[in-house]
Design a protein. Sequence first.
Length: 319
Amino acid sequence: MYKKLKCLCPSPTLFSKSGLFKASKLFELTSKEVSYEEMQEFNEKFDVLLVRFDKKIDEGIVNKLGVKYIICPATGINHFSKELLINSEVKIFNLRNQYQFLENVTATVEHTINLILSSIRNNKSMILNERSELFLENKVRGNEIKGSKIGLIGLGRIGNKVAEICDFLGAKIYYYDPHISSINKNFIKVNNILDLTDDFDIISVHANFDYSEPVLLNQSFFIKIKKLPLFVNTSRSELIDMNALLKSFDENKIEKIAIDVLPNESEEKNSLSSLFKYYAGNDNFILTPHIGGYTYESVEMTDNYVLGKFKEYYNENYS
């Protein structure tokens, strides 16, 4: 039996009860809300950080706390600094590349479909407006997925499931993914991402983010768009030139936007305030605070899986 490692969980409200219980059995657990600045002032040392995506974790925090392991029940890496990922000897346990397990985690797929339907059916207008005559106005008459032309950027785990659902509902599916070729004959692959800028009803982003790669949807992509009814992103904001996206929206080249990911969202002062003016002032702009995978079921599943992977690793190497 090994001595319990000391673990800090600085955002316990983002974890399931069963996950925190499991962590308390594995570690000497300190579980309390702690800001980035407060962690910088800690004198206590911790072997393990148990985090999600709301805190920016860099080499400074890791060195200050003496962290050897980071446990993060998420697929993204954009809340870890580039220097930490490249230079640090800290071992990270997360969901990246855990393909078999992730096949059963469908929350972000559901939320993507939710954003698409909420946008094309004008749900925000109906929910926010209580006037009885609203239901006689054309502004709440929406569109269907059936018959729409949908371009997916990334056809991995999430993108493929979104494609299957939209295909079942009668959409025409096109996709850009240099790493994958679908066996589904209904899905049409394009080899140039700019081919998705012309005559589509919906563009939805499902690509992976990597620090080593350039911005995927840059100014050149958005300049090519002449008219796009809906742009959706439930992947990572770092994949997109947000200024170019918002410029296209301001110029009415993109009619509607629905996004679940924010620039610098893991930092204490992120860009929510600048985006909120679009959300608050326009029924055609839907903004959710990275809740795609944030369901009771998915949080519990991912908490326990990643903690289990750490336990398995530690038992094999240090028991």
